[in-house]
Design a protein around this ligand. Structure first.
Ligand code: HSE
Length: 427
């Protein structure tokens, strides 16, 4: 039976889960995979983490050079995160001819082209199922399960922290600030939550997934990004009244004019499968030209779910002599022939505070009409105390630029106090 030695770089949550899965399933993999998978060594500075997992001292490497020069290491798992040492360590492992498995979305979104180049040159693999949507096998699905299809679109809830925050704001009526504190106490959100709440994490994941889905390099810098920090209880409540929930969606679409890639809070109709993805769960809703709609759902983070994706990649690398690389030309930038659409098409929700006077609504309607924006639904809430009224509009599909122009004109009207919110809608 083939023995396969694994090195784990970093024993945080995911590294610990990976260590446990490999160790506890060793006999199972002998039986089911015909391999003897063993953790050959770990690289971790925190002695408490090593002790907590009961890892014997002889398995603790002193530095990366020791790991990559160890002939007993076949596959290196990088679960450190970030693009500092993680990048250097992955480069070192690939340069030494070791296949690498990583959960690092930022590393893959930013540097997969340079890392894959080394991997191809050294004839070793670079696998990153765990970088997107944790335990959900989305990358393998795109590469192996859906390759018959031209993928027309994907819409994903690919960040658990923001989904948790929006879910609690929606179902418990809590404020953004309070839920964020709760999410930090539970360990979902980092002390510095920017990467999650401002949408960067989702942007890295969408860059990886849409490159695979559309078979062309989609740099993360091409993705339009808005986070969830401006979402208020009012917008959640009005959305509910109109039959929508707010989700942070990562959207990739092929259109006749080019590719749309965007991450932003979105109203989703209550009956849509993505609307019932609650708590810190993730899901990706994909439309292929042959398969139609499918949705993958599961845990996007955590020690064992993400460890599941890591170890599945390790097993793939250990049991396949053919190496799977990207299905697109993996370059630093997009191909010249790839067109990106920024004036994308969507329905919109607008919340506007106005002086409750005769003619205001007519002026707003006129602005909409001149910019080819058609209103689908509207509600008005009067505030008798200050003579103001809140107008909520849901439009039919229109172009982003039409809405931006309309919002600029509406904001400038004398009787309009403020355009409070503009949120995109999928029906
Ligand atoms: N911070 C991520 C999330 C976890 O909240 O989904 C791993 O990508």
């Amino acid at each position: 039976m083939k023995r396969v030695g694994v090195a784990i770089l970093g024993l945080g949550t995911v590294g610990g889960g990976t260590y446990r899965i490999i160790t506890e399933h060793r006999d199972f993999y002998k039986k089911t995979q015909d391999i003897d998978l063993e953790v050959e060594c770990v690289l971790e500075l925190n002695k408490d983490r090593i002790a907590a997992l009961g890892i014997p001292e002889e398995k603790v490497a002193a530095n990366i050079a020791e790991v990559v020069s160890n002939p007993g290491v076949d596959i290196v798992v990088e679960v450190i995160g970030g693009v500092g040492v993680a990048r250097t360590f992955v480069q070192a492992a690939l340069s030494a001819g070791k296949s690498v498995v990583t959960s690092n979305k930022e590393l893959i979104a930013k540097y997969s082209y340079e890392l894959e180049k080394i991997a191809r040159h050294k004839n070793c693999g670079l696998y990153y199922e765990a970088s997107c949507v944790g335990g959900v096998p989305i990358i393998r699905t795109l590469l192996d399960g859906l390759q018959a299809n031209n993928i027309l679109s994907m819409m994903g809830i690919v960040n658990g922290t923001t989904n948790y925050i929006l879910d609690k704001m929606t179902n418990e009526g809590a404020s953004y600030a309070d839920v964020l504190k709760q999410a930090q106490a539970l360990g979902y959100a980092e002390l510095n939550p920017t990467a999650d709440v401002e949408g960067f994490d989702s942007t890295y994941k969408l860059s990886i997934l849409s490159s695979m889905a559309f078979h062309t390099k989609i740099p993360y810098t091409k993705i339009y990004r808005e986070g969830i920090t401006q979402i208020t209880q009012e917008d959640i409540a009005y959305g509910k009244e109109l039959g929508y929930v707010i989700k942070l969606l990562a959207i990739g679409k092929q259109t006749p004019a080019g590719i749309e890639v965007r991450v932003h809070p979105t109203y989703v109709r209550a009956g849509h499968p993505l609307a019932s993805v609650n708590d810190a769960f993730n899901a990706v809703f994909i439309t292929g030209d042959a398969v139609g709609d499918i949705m993958l759902y599961g845990r996007g983070a955590g020690d064992l779910p993400t460890g599941s994706a890591i170890v599945s990649d390790v097993i793939y690398a250990a049991t396949h002599s053919d190496i799977k690389y990207s299905t697109f030309k993996n370059t630093a930038n997009a191909d010249k022939e790839t067109k990106f659409v920024s004036n994308f098409s969507s329905a919109y929700y607008l919340r506007v505070t106005v002086c409750d006077k005769v003619g205001v609504l007519a002026k707003i309607s006129n602005i909409f009409a001149r910019r080819n924006v058609s209103v689908c639904e509207m509600i008005q809430k009067d505030n008798e105390e200050d003579g103001k009224a809140t107008l909520i509009f849901i439009t039919h599909e229109t172009r982003e630029q039409n809405i931006r122009n309309a919002v600029a004109k509406i904001s400038a009207l004398e009787d309009v106090a403020q355009v409070n919110s503009v949120i995109r809608v999928v029906s």
